[in-house]
Design a protein around this ligand. Structure first.
Ligand SMILES: Nc1ncnc2c1ncn2[C@@H]1O[C@H](COP(=O)(O)OP(=O)(O)OP(=O)(O)O)[C@@H](O)[C@H]1O
Length: 674
């Protein structure tokens, strides 16, 4: 143990000792189930926080719950499965609480319900009574979820960001706008140091295809991203998994410091080492969806001993309680007095007149909860208005955050860096475009310069034009279709933890697409136009291809936003391309398409771009025979030069409509996701 860690442990022991003096926990008989209500200390520290200290004191929030049930309805006569049954408990402020239990006991399910990441769906039904500062809340509501810092088990970090950038990004977007740049930088440095990430602070996070920092370092970066905002409530799903014992202890020390600062910390953990186990304040031991024990870690030996399961000498208590949970029959455990009943009386929840999006009862002044253990003791919960006004509470939306413009700019910069760092993807995209353009150029070499009075030449010129447009459409829409499903985990994590608005995300993505698509189209048109020898104006040809790419990309983004799985998005690609190709008039004259289906061509950009392209390329054919052939071609796709303005206008409208629909779908997905 380093001297720093020892100091941290000492601080912890001091805090716990202090709390014990006031706790009635140890006076309970074994019949009294250990509970949290007695231990809830609701008075907040009001000292002015040091802004660049990640462990600056903060006002906390208390979370209590009761009657949590999660049931999987059985089909075809199969009995219902009770995944969670009458689960009750709480997360006291200034304390760390670990949810433990054998595999499948319901740890993650409980954490997910409390964090608003699980709800009734299909055969799965979820019931709960969850109180935040004694306000009954639905954590699946995005406004509630934003009050809870959540570190999921799977790290969903941007692979091309460094830990320093990821933590800075979170701090900049989530701390009050008034926070000075220097303070943020200091805060990020302190966070990196506390988490033992200084040595790899400027190495990219990496992922399956891009080498970066180690799995443990990634995990700690995810924790840093959440803790840097000085949250008052922190949930973590298996934060120590994948960490070596030293890093796990280091992380637990950090969580301890966060709790000491005033936060409520709740996390799931698999079998912890005794050193780590003894560092928790409380545990919730789950067994087959029920609460087998919950309360102070210090009471565990006594609680188990009184029920005939004395912890053997030199045995890790965590190993022992897990052993008991797994080895002893459920009925026997019940008979022995495990699975304590909830005897708290939480009283009527507060509901009235509070804008939950803004303050979650922070304007509440007094509230009493009785302990329900037969004594008359009660605790008064008071919220110090000064604490709120000083903006000490983070993650509650009560302070002014950076503007949508700043959010958009920061995300644009991040996306731009992503492009630069993930060179393989960008070079691949531009390289493939150039290769395809070259192939088209070689196949249609100087075809555009051939006399047009020969039908075969005209056909080839039309074919070349079609191929360039199709290449432009496919080459740009395909990556756009995949973008959201691929970025989804990062987007949803960041959105649900209040990093930015859907509009900012959308605008930053759009700006990047505008630039990359322009570059891609320019390469495609430059190479193919020169090699094929088309007669159109170069700028016109480029703008026309670019318009097609932008509208097709908008359609692809819309479809991409509506699916969650990148594989499904890949399978959807023909849906973007085939109907356009079928109906635009390349392969079949529109008059031959069944009338009930023909109208659909007006919804596709290719129809308009094709007409504009053909009008530009073939309107001015020299010679009577060539002129007649060109007019025939123009007529066959129903192009009309007088309607050019209408084609451009419709392209613009389609672009806006697809983009707005995508925004709408994205917003729905973001607020409803679980
Ligand atoms: N959405 C769901 N649909 C069906 N069953 C589910 C669902 N979510 C959880 N379960 C079941 O509920 C039980 C508890 O799962 P949960 O993931 O909460 O356990 P856990 O204690 O976190 O396990 P582990 O330690 O292995 O991660 C498991 O049997 C699991 O299969």
């Amino acid at each position: 143990m380093t001297s720093e860690e020892k100091t941290a442990y000492k601080n912890k022991s001091h805090t716990k000792g202090h709390e014990k003096k006031h706790s009635k926990f140890h006076q309970k008989s074994h019949k009294d189930p250990p509970g949290f209500v007695d231990d809830i200390e609701m008075n907040h520290e009001t000292s002015v926080p040091r802004e660049n200290d990640p462990f600056a004191p903060r006002g906390g929030k208390a979370l209590l719950w009761q009657n949590i049930n999660m049931t999987l309805k059985g089909k075809d006569g199969v009995e219902d499965r009770h995944l969670l049954k009458d689960v009750w408990g709480g997360v006291p402020q200034k304390q760390t609480t670990a949810i433990m239990g054998p595999s499948g006991a319901g740890k993650t399910s409980l954490l997910n319900i409390l964090a608003g990441r699980a709800k009734s769906r299909g055969a799965l039904s979820v019931e709960s009574d969850i109180r935040l500062n004694n306000y009954q809340v639905d954590p699946t509501d995005i406004s509630v979820r934003k009050n809870i810092a959540f570190v999921a088990q799977d790290d969903s970090l941007m692979v091309t960001q460094t830990p320093r950038e990821a933590i800075y990004f979170s701090a900049k977007l989530r701390l009050p706008k008034s926070t000075k740049e220097e303070e943020i930088l200091n805060l990020v440095d302190s966070m990196l140091e506390e988490l033992g990430l200084s040595h790899c602070a400027d190495t990219i996070v990496g992922g399956p295809l891009l080498k970066g920092i180690s799995g443990g370092e990634r995990k700690r970066t995810s924790v840093g991203v959440e803790l840097v905002t000085k949250p008052s409530m922190v949930f973590l799903d298996e934060p120590t998994s994948g960490l070596d014992s030293y890093s796990a202890v280091q992380l637990c020390n950090v969580l301890r410091k966060v709790a000491n600062a005033g936060a409520s910390v709740l996390f799931t953990i698999h079998q912890p080492a005794s050193e780590i186990f003894n560092a928790f304040d409380n545990i919730i031991l789950m067994n087959k969806g029920r609460v087998m024990y919950q309360g102070s870690v210090d009471v565990v030996p006594e609680f188990f001993k009184e029920r005939g399961q004395k912890i053997p000498k030199n045995y890790n208590p965590a190993d022992w309680i897990m052993h008991v949970a797994q080895a002893v029959d459920l009925d026997q455990l019940d008979a022995d007095g495990f699975f304590p009943k909830d005897t708290r009386v939480l009283g009527e929840p507060l509901r009235s007149g509070i804008d939950k999006k803004k303050n979650f009862g922070l304007s509440m002044t007094r509230r009493t909860i009785s302990s329900g253990h037969g004594d008359d003791s009660s605790k008064t919960i008071s919220f110090d208005a000064a604490v709120v006004e000083q903006g000490i509470l983070s993650n509650n939306g009560s302070f002014e955050r950076v503007s949508v413009m700043t959010q958009t700019r920061m995300m644009f910069v991040r996306e731009f860096k992503n492009l630069k760092r993930d060179k393989g993807a960008l070079v691949g995209r531009l390289g493939f475009t150039t290769a395809i353009a070259t192939l088209i150029g070689v196949v249609f070499w100087k075809v555009g310069e051939l006399p047009r009075d020969v039908p075969m030449n005209l056909n080839s010129q039309f074919g070349a034009l079609t191929m360039v447009l199709m290449a432009g459409m496919m080459g740009t829409a395909q990556p756009a279709l995949l973008t959201f499903p691929q970025e989804r985990p990062v987007f949803l994590r960041e959105y649900s933890t209040n990093h930015y608005s859907v509009v900012s995300y959308f605008l930053s993505r759009l700006t990047i697409e505008v630039l990359v698509t322009a570059l891609q189209c320019f390469l495609l048109v430059l190479v193919s136009f020169l090699m094929v020898g088309l007669q159109s104006n170069f700028m016109f040809f480029f703008i026309n291809t670019y318009a097609l790419a932008m509208v097709s990309t908008a359609l692809a983004v819309m479809l991409g936003c509506s699916v969650e799985d990148p594989k499904l998005a890949t399978q959807m690609m023909p849906l973007v391309f085939i109907p356009q190709l079928l109906l635009a008039g390349f392969f079949i004259s529109p008059t031959l398409i069944p009338a009930w289906l023909r109208w659909l061509r007006w919804a596709f950009s290719l129809t308009y771009v094709m007409r504009l392209g053909v009008l530009e390329e073939f309107s001015d054919c020299q010679g009577e025979k060539a002129s007649m052939a060109c007019d025939g071609l123009i007529n066959s796709i129903e192009a009309d030069s007088d309607e050019s303005w209408w084609y451009w206008l419709t392209l613009a409208v389609l672009f806006v409509v697809f983009r707005l629909l995508a925004l709408f779908i994205l917003r729905r997905k973001a607020t409803k996701f679980l």
